[in-house]
Design a binder for this molecule. Structure first.
Ligand code: NAG
Ligand code: NAG
Ligand code: NAG
Ligand code: NAG
Length: 362
């Protein structure tokens, strides 16, 4: 109570003081000053009232903020990166890369790592340059202290901690060699272990160690067959018996379902997400490639596969153009054709290029 009354007295006292000061101030001012003061008071009050009313917003200072790297308006998710490494120059590089970008879900970004020559080659394409400008594609160089000339060098490259920890930042989901890899898990493995030179290939080496991490989630053999066709066949596709029917093995990873009449050519064939050609295509396993029917199906289901295998299309170029045809890398007319001994195989009356015995793909 003491405190309150003291407080009350103080206010009374202050008010009295203020009143007295105001009165003496007022009597000492001229009329003109009083009018000016009134106007100022009016303006201040009006502005204060306007500021508090919701219908009026004072102009605010523009705010500037800088974001480096992460653009929230970008249609791409920086955590998802598809990585392609190629140091050789090859004319199919451009169409193949553009094709990859069109079939992988649109929020994925692409990163190409190449040599000065292969990057320069890609840059000649205006379509590639467009993808670079839009932020979809990054063209980068294979670091100077690394090489990708052989299987062993690639394995060393892909088991280098620095690549995942620094170069590929901020990627977390990495699409590479028909596999989805989690960068943080790989970093975890590589912080603790170093791959011995000339031991297992990088994918085998990494898969083994990733699988032993606590709580590891790795696709088992059966699951991996749905996305990577390399040696063994997975479940064959089934077209339902009638038009509205559901096939027994309706594959949830595929959009839509097979339809009787439309998809009959796919019935009974194995259709992985992609094909994994061994030793860059020199080894094709009979389980996948062994019969004419299998090959015919692959050419139809995944025609772009042909781009990755050495085939000379000269025989299929119509009219007089055939005479003009040059293999890109030999420049010498006919030479490449002879050397490869281009032969054809006829499957169900249709002529296809025959796979050369020793494939040397790009
Ligand atoms: C990016 O993708 C990851 C994995 O699918 C997801 O968890 C994350 O929310 C996505 N980020 C954005 C900004 O969409
Ligand atoms: C690639 O180009 C850069 C810049 O032009 C040059 O410094 C570098 O030595 C080149 N690398 C190779 C392997 O030629
Ligand atoms: C290459 O250089 C980087 C940065 O200087 C380094 O962190 C990395 O370990 C090197 N890689 C190899 C294989 O020496
Ligand atoms: C493989 O993984 C799938 C799930 O992805 C599971 O349904 C299946 O039972 C597993 N197969 C084996 C043999 O463990």
């Amino acid at each position: 109570m003491d405190h309150l009354s003291l407080h009350g007295n103080t206010i009374e006292h202050s008010l009295g003081f203020t009143r007295k000061t105001a009165m003496s101030f007022w009597s000492n001012t001229t009329k003109r000053v009083r009018v000016a003061g009134g106007l100022i008071l009016f303006s201040v009050l009006s502005i204060t009232l306007l500021c508090y009313s919701r219908s009026f917003l004072m102009p605010t200072m523009p705010k500037v903020s800088l974001h480096y790297g992460v653009d929230s308006h970008s249609p791409y998710n920086v955590s998802k990166v598809a990585l392609l490494i190629e140091n050789r120059v090859n004319p199919i590089l451009t169409p193949l890369l553009i094709h990859f970008m069109s079939v992988v879900p649109p929020d994925w970004r692409f990163r190409f790592m190449g040599s000065n020559e292969s990057v320069d080659y890609l840059k000649q394409s205006s379509s590639i340059r467009g993808h670079v400008e839009s932020g979809k594609l990054d063209l980068t160089y294979i670091p100077e202290n690394m090489t990708t000339g052989s299987q062993e060098e690639i394995s060393t490259f892909l088991t280098t901690l620095w690549l995942y920890e620094t170069v590929l930042q901020p990627a977390e989901w990495l699409l590479n060699t028909i596999g989805l890899r989690r960068v943080s898990a790989i970093v975890d493995v590589l912080r603790n272990q170093v791959r011995a030179p000339h031991s297992e290939p990088e994918d085998v080496w990494l898969a083994e160690r990733l699988g032993h991490r606590p709580g590891a989630k790795l696709a088992n053999g059966t699951a991996s067959l749905t996305f990577s066709g390399e040696m063994h066949r997975g479940k064959p596709e089934q077209v339902p018996a009638d038009e509205d029917g559901e096939a027994d093995n309706a594959d949830s990873t595929k959009a839509g379902k097979l339809m009787k009449g439309l998809d009959d050519w796919r019935d009974g064939f194995y259709e992985p997400m992609g094909y994994h050609t061994g030793d860059s295509g020199n080894t094709l396993h009979s389980g996948i490639w062994g019969t004419p029917a299998q090959r015919q199906h692959i050419w139809k289901y995944c025609p772009e596969m042909k781009m990755t295998l050495v085939m000379d299309a000269a025989k299929y170029v119509p009219g007089n153009c055939n005479n003009q045809w040059k293999r890109w890398n030999t420049g010498d007319e006919g030479e490449g054709t002879d050397e490869l001994g281009v032969a054809t195989e006829i499957i169900n009356g249709v002529e296809y290029p025959l796979l050369p015995a020793g494939l040397t793909p790009w």
